[in-house]
Design a protein around this ligand. Structure first.
Ligand SMILES: [Zn+2]
Ligand SMILES: [Zn+2]
Length: 289
């Protein structure tokens, strides 16, 4: 919107005008913009007998049906709340049927709509101490991104420890702390079936360090040791089926599920470790001529 100039400026303001116009205007504020596929709605995609993807083509928002209500695992971007509720309705899940919200890490592209979903449904949000602080700040003061990735703040109702199990009805979700991408990063495992056959599902958090300093990171000094421990954790997970917050990281494309080629937990950890080693070598190696 353009400001409307005053019809007859006061003399003092008029005198100040030439100096004010000499410098370029300050930059406009920009919202968090992402790849269009991250925001492309999809109809619910059936993953297994009781798990559905209800978010977008590339960002996971998993709905898990149990005998005592439903569970949402991650939500995607802040503007996805209405899409998630509409897709729940398509599956016959009323807002009040959602009982629990689990999540991976407190960045705007995965925790964005959790405040709105928690408010609309009354579901309890499960996090851990490290991530709960960042969720409550709406992503501000992120140790790598500062205030660049903000989302509506949300309070966790329950904090879990590494290895703790959260139950709803007969379904048990186990939290695995997988720090690295964020200090509070969590992965979740639970058991389901596909066509009636047992299926151990692993929802494993992002294993990337986008732009993070690795060799000397004053805000996360043990980031490399954390990643190393996380890779070992991920390789040891019960993992017949791997899903990730960014679908393509594990070979999924929710817009074309038949074209998906999901990889396993070991391959996911191996690829992440190789990428991290390359990033570390680039950071610490001799400067190119
Ligand atoms: Zn992230
Ligand atoms: Zn992300």
């Amino acid at each position: 919107m353009d400001p409307v100039p005053p019809a007859s400026p006061a003399p003092l303001l008029a005198a100040a005008a030439p100096g004010a116009s000499a410098a370029p205007p300050l930059p406009q504020l920009e919202a968090y913009t992402v790849d269009a596929a991250w925001l492309a709605p999809v109809a619910p995609v059936r993953i297994s007998d009781h798990v559905w993807q209800i978010g977008t083509a590339r960002l996971s928002a998993l709905l898990v049906e149990t005998d005592a209500g439903a569970v949402l695992v991650d939500g995607g971007m802040p503007q996805e709340a209405d899409l998630l509720l509409a897709n729940m309705a398509k599956l016959g899940v009323a807002p009040g049927d959602l009982r629990l919200i689990l999540h991976s890490h407190a960045h705007a592209d995965h925790a964005g709509p959790l405040a709105a979903i928690r408010r609309a449904t009354g579901a309890q949000l499960v996090s851990n101490a490290e991530s709960a602080a960042l969720l409550a700040r709406g992503g501000s003061g992120d140790l790598h991104f500062g205030d660049d990735l903000l989302f509506p703040p949300v309070h966790a109702d329950r904090l879990v420890q590494d290895g703790e199990t959260v139950r709803l009805g007969a379904t048990a979700f186990t939290a695995h702390f997988t720090p690295g991408h964020t200090p509070g990063s969590m992965s979740w495992t639970w058991a389901d079936t596909r066509d009636g056959a047992p299926l151990r599902i692993a929802y494993v958090d992002s294993l990337t360090a986008p732009g993070y300093p690795l060799a000397h990171n004053p805000r996360h000094p043990r980031i490399l040791a954390d990643f190393r421990a996380t890779f070992a954790t991920v390789r040891a997970l019960p993992c017949d089926l791997l899903l990730t917050p960014h679908a393509d990281a594990s070979g999924w494309d929710y817009a074309d599920p038949t074209g998906s080629r999901p990889i396993g937990c070991a391959a996911y950890a191996d690829a992440a470790e190789a990428r991290l080693q390359a990033q570390y070598a680039k950071e610490t190696g001799p400067a190119s001529p």
